[in-house]
Design a protein around this ligand. Structure first.
Ligand SMILES: C[S@@+](CC[C@H](N)C(=O)[O-])C[C@H]1O[C@@H](n2cnc3c(N)ncnc32)[C@H](O)[C@@H]1O
Length: 228
């Protein structure tokens, strides 16, 4: 699989430890150094060779090392936790996918949608900036991630599917952080752990159904390259 905006490589290491081959990419040199360090920590068994990495923007996927491109194409192009929200134009990324994916391969992208009920609810506490930051479609929000600042652009699942184009079919939408509170309410799980776990279960149970699967802190979108 190919991972975009892999960050510190936690997901890449998880997949490698579960027997997958991962080529992890990220724009930031610092993130790639952390992944390199994690690779050194992997046990010197078969897993070690299953993780490769490259400093690369997801807008330049035509520059993936040829040695890390499977001849038949990747099974999966994965992006977690809103990395793709750092770019204003998803088509700059999606245009590379037909050359990268195998026929019937998947994209699984965790993106930040424009509607997050927990954020909107902050209006009741007078926190209007937080409440409405996703709704200013023409403006981006400056987000602080792992010591770096990024402009954040919010995309609905419909906009992602439009960027993917007719060669892709939507397979699943799963809301993440719809009922369970987002990370900026970090005290919530500590203060109310049982309620927090119950809310997480509601995300699992209800978060795949329309209309809930289109909103939340994040939405996980699975689409298949049907190639028609
Ligand atoms: C919100 S983090 C997601 C990190 C990781 N996927 C995770 O789950 O923790 C954003 C990551 O996107 C990366 N990023 C931002 N713009 C990028 C670009 N144009 N190409 C590739 N990676 C980018 C950043 O360097 C950062 O590591």
């Amino acid at each position: 699989m190919l991972e975009l905006n892999a960050g510190t490589g936690d997901d890449a290491v998880f997949f490698v430890q579960h027997g997958r081959h991962v080529h992890a990419t990220d724009l930031a040199e610092g993130m790639i150094s952390v992944i390199a360090h994690k690779q050194n920590q992997l046990p010197a068994d078969a897993h070690l060779g299953n993780l490769s990495f490259q400093q690369l923007s997801f807008t330049q996927l035509d520059q993936i090392h040829p040695a890390q491109r499977p001849a038949q194409g990747y099974d999966l192009v994965f992006s977690n936790f809103g990395g793709l929200n750092c770019h204003p134009d998803l088509s700059a990324i999606t245009r590379h996918l037909p050359a990268l994916l195998r026929r019937d391969g998947y994209v699984v992208w965790v993106i930040m949608p424009p509607i997050c009920p927990w954020e909107l609810a902050q209006a009741a506490r007078g926190q209007f900036k937080t409440a409405f930051r996703r709704l200013h479609a023409s403006r981006s929000t400056l987000a602080h991630v792992e010591g770096a600042y990024f402009h954040t652009h919010y995309f609905s699942p419909k906009q992602v599917m439009q960027a993917l184009g007719p060669q892709f079919s939507l397979r699943q939408l799963q809301s993440i952080g719809l009922f369970s509170p987002p990370s900026f309410l970090e005290a919530f799980p500590r203060r109310l752990p049982r309620l927090f776990h119950w809310l997480c279960r509601q995300d699992e149970n209800v978060g795949r159904s329309w209309p809930f699967n289109r909103m939340g802190d994040y939405v996980m979108l699975t689409a298949q390259y049907t190639h028609v």
